[in-house]
Design a protein around this ligand. Structure first.
Ligand code: FAD
Length: 302
């Protein structure tokens, strides 16, 4: 029986682990992929304190993981596929069996939202990507589009200009949701051309992507844009499949109080998965630390 099981080893999960190990809890971190979560797909991070110059997402993930390992945290590469509480004990079903624990922190983050247009699924990995860091270098000297209007879309569009000759930024509105500094930086990049008020209706190609069909929602005109790749950054869906429905809000995020406590005693949610999250690394880390401290206080009170 564990004191704590942390589900997910993104920045939130690894911060929870740092606090859990230092408070002496017997715990394990479950991760179905690679430690780092979404930051593994982030090109440069420049808003996480402690780094004078921008740090590559994978490098930040590696440092967090190394810190956890040095402190003695135990990672288990497995997927949590079920979670229930019976007689005061959590049973976490994983692809490798059931783990019992007194407390659980769900730090399962979020996944890329899809455009849900014809051609998207068909050409994923053949011109459609959700990760500029992973795939940007394949488009050296080519023409690509970045889709979206938030920080991630703009930052990744800027990153893509390191490789691509031309980057179209396709945004369905005429205003961006990103931070002022990011908008200014994107607008001053001569390789980026903004296509406002437009949505992609279809992604076309044969072996690989060759064009996208675009609809301008204001003028209702349709056009076809020739390109080699489409990078989609239009938001995220919470990874909530294992969470009890009664703790989820209308957006599928886990409702928590200021201690990251859900309505189920001993079950905490932190980072992007929790309600009201600002969906940034710093906040995910703070949430993870808060959740681990709360779990420790709860265990101490038993
Ligand atoms: C392209 C992009 C650029 C970004 N740029 C920045 C930036 O510059 N600055 C910034 O502050 N933020 C940035 N963000 C946001 C930031 O990455 C997230 O807010 C942060 O990673 C959230 O951390 P998390 O730990 O809550 O979740 P995640 O990072 O999503 O990690 C969740 C982890 O849980 C694992 N997991 C999920 N379900 C299960 C399961 N059932 N069993 C086992 N494991 C599971 C996943 O595999 C994943 O590793 C960016 C995000 C993207 C996509």
């Amino acid at each position: 029986m564990k004191d704590l099981v942390i589900i997910g080893s993104g920045p939130g999960g690894m911060s929870a682990a740092i606090y859990a190990v230092r408070s002496g809890m017997d715990f394990v971190i479950l991760e179905k992929g690679a430690s780092g979560g979404q930051i593994l797909g982030t090109s440069d991070v420049e808003n996480y304190p402690g780094f004078i110059d921008p740090v590559a997402g994978y490098e930040l993930a590696d440092k967090m993981h190394g810190q956890c390992v040095r402190l003695g945290a135990v990672f288990q590469n497995t997927e949590a596929i079920g979670l229930k509480k019976e007689n005061g004990i959590f049973k976490i079903e994983t692809t490798d069996g059931i783990i019992e624990s007194k407390t659980v922190i769900a730090v399962t983050g979020s996944s890329n939202r899809k455009l849900a247009v014809p051609g998207e699924a068909e050409f994923t990995g053949r011109g459609v990507s959700y990760c500029a860091t992973c795939d940007g270098a394949f488009y050296r000297g080519k023409t690509v589009a970045a889709v979206g209007g938030g920080n991630a879309a703009l930052e990744e569009a800027i990153f893509l200009t390191r490789f691509a000759e031309k980057v179209y930024l396709i945004h369905r509105r005429d205003k961006f949701r990103a931070e002022h500094i990011v908008i200014e930086r994107m607008k001053s990049n001569s390789k980026i051309e903004i296509i406002y008020d437009s949505i992609i209706e279809k992604i076309n190609g044969a072996e690989k992507v060759t064009s996208v069909s675009i609809l301008n929602k204001k003028t209702e005109t349709k056009s076809e844009l020739n390109l080699d790749g489409v990078f989609i950054f239009i938001g995220y869906n919470p990874n909530n499949a294992i969470l009890p429905k009664e703790i989820l809000n209308e957006w599928g995020e886990a409702e928590v109080d200021m201690n990251m406590q859900t309505a189920i005693e001993g079950l905490y949610a932190a980072g992007d998965i929790r309600s009201g999250s600002k969906k940034q690394i710093l906040m995910a880390c703070a949430d993870g630390a808060t959740a681990a401290m709360s779990a420790y206080e709860y265990l101490s009170s038993l």
